[in-house]
Design a protein around this ligand. Structure first.
Ligand code: MN
Ligand code: MN
Length: 478
């Protein structure tokens, strides 16, 4: 039951152009949005351009919503929900596309800066599942926010502009690696050693007291950071902000691979970039929701944070944010009642959109060939995910799987079914089971990724485009 290569569906230049043009939009987005906050800001700005209004504004004006209205809500700057109101009552259910916008990375600790042997370093705690040895000797950028005690927040990114400096975690030279190379891969580079080198020049100005002559490299780094934030603040028209070391306490700084996503392959059929998981599903989700015009059922796109660490916290899928937002929508359209909210949720259909591990012939022994996702064979549907006997999975019903197939087949969407690797080789979870908690029909599906969770991951442009087509078909016809 081998599935066809999706490129076969694109026979002439005009058809291929659609795939490449869509992928180019995605490549730009992926290059510019490397954190959940940056993704939220991007989608909010694009949503406003495309006629969405914020729920806050709708509530303020006490506006009644009608079919075709476009509403969005953000959550703490790290999550966004988008709705195109349908002709049918909300209690009949929505067609929901859910994906996540956080990606594996290194976060700075709250007391990160230290000096050792005339080098200044930033200590990190990794976020999500990573192979630690992959994060050394590659150019890194710092993206984040500083929240000041006056209640204002400064956003910044260093390492993306061509003229910016970049950062790096060093590795031990091969010449002295006799001991290191005998270690298990998970211990070759240890989590506590993921410290980012950020400076090596001592503070040059004259220092009067004897005590202050210690840690001059660290002092110099702090001085440069302070000057940097003064400049940023000035550009924003604020009064000068003096960054102090204590301010790291209220920072959220994410260390991510520096540089833009690139076309890959002599045929340019792929994209190499940081954070395909799960922005490669988030971007087409957003585009598909925008396509909806006066749909029968309300179409919803939900782009959440914290999936990589278990969907926890206020901005993760386990939060009440989504439920609260739907409650607000029901309330706007007349009498709110708990039963209407429950009906709206349990009558909904959802695709939990997340990436799948693509079959990799170099590591064939980790995969089961008949049930793997293949690069280029279209949208990858997982009836179930999980590990060790499907644990943690949603496991969609055969009936819902049948419904999904009929929707895709009616629109000639290229799709494949898969599970993540061989039984008992590992596994993974998604946000699907949390939609399932609302007694909603939900299935996992997304784009196949090579080198998933590595600093640079690979996707096929045709899979991205088929995901978009799958979402459009689902939004219109579920
Ligand atoms: Mn994911
Ligand atoms: Mn992941």
């Amino acid at each position: 039951m081998e599935r066809e290569n999706a490129w076969k569906g694109y026979k002439n230049k005009k058809e291929l152009d659609k795939v490449f043009k869509f992928a180019e939009g995605y490549r730009q987005f992926l290059s510019e949005c490397k954190t959940e906050r940056e993704c939220t800001n991007y989608f909010e700005a694009k949503a406003i351009e495309r006629g969405f209004i914020s729920l806050e504004e709708v509530l303020k004006k006490n506006k009644k919503l009608k079919a075709g209205d476009r509403v969005y809500a953000t959550n703490m700057g790290k999550e966004i929900a988008l709705f195109v109101i349908g002709k049918e009552d909300l209690s009949k259910g929505m067609n929901i596309l859910g994906a996540h916008i956080d990606s594996p990375r290194l976060d700075l600790k709250q007391n990160p800066l230290y000096e050792d042997s005339d080098m200044a370093l930033l200590d990190t705690h990794y976020y999500g599942g990573i192979k630690k040895y992959q994060w050394v000797t590659i150019p890194l950028a710092l993206h984040g926010v500083v929240s000041k005690t006056d209640g204002t927040t400064v956003e910044f990114a260093i390492g993306e502009d061509e003229n910016d400096p970049v950062f790096c975690i060093t590795d031990l030279l091969i010449h002295l690696s006799a001991d290191q190379l005998t270690k298990e891969a998970k211990k070759v580079v240890e989590g506590e050693d993921l410290n980012v080198l950020v400076g090596s020049m001592p503070f040059a100005e004259e220092i009067k007291k004897d005590d202050d002559k210690k840690e001059l490299v660290k002092r110099n780094v702090l001085n440069i950071i302070t000057t940097y934030f003064e400049g940023l603040d000035k550009a924003n028209g604020n009064k000068k902000y003096k960054f102090k070391e204590e301010d790291f306490m209220s920072c959220e700084v994410e260390v991510v691979p520096a540089g833009r996503a690139r076309d890959m392959g002599v045929d340019r059929s792929m994209i190499l970039g940081y954070g395909h998981d799960d922005r490669v599903c988030s971007y087409p989700t957003f585009e598909a929701v925008c396509r909806a015009k006066k749909p029968k059922r309300t179409v919803c796109g939900l782009l959440v944070d914290k999936e990589e660490i278990g969907s926890v916290g206020a901005t993760g899928m386990n939060s009440r944010f989504f439920e609260n937002t739907v409650a607000e929508l029901i309330n706007l359209n007349g009498e709110y009642s708990d039963i209407l909210l429950r009906r709206a949720l349990s009558n909904s259909f959802a695709i939990s959109s997340d990436v799948s591990g693509a079959y990799d012939s170099i590591y064939a022994s980790a995969f089961e060939k008949k049930n793997s996702a293949y690069l280029g064979r279209g949208f990858a549907v997982n009836k179930y995910t999980g590990a060790r006997g499907k644990s943690g999975s949603n496991d969609a019903s055969a009936e819902y799987m049948g419904k999904i197939r009929s929707i895709f087949e009616a629109e000639n969407v290229y799709y494949q079914t898969c599970e993540l690797g061989k039984v008992d080789q590992g596994g993974g979870g998604t946000i699907a089971y949390i939609f399932g908690n609302y007694n909603m029909n939900v299935i996992d599906g997304g784009v196949a990724v090579l080198s998933m969770h590595a600093p640079f991951e690979v996707i096929s442009k045709v899979d991205l485009y088929e995901a978009y087509r799958a979402y459009v078909a689902f939004a219109q016809n579920a």
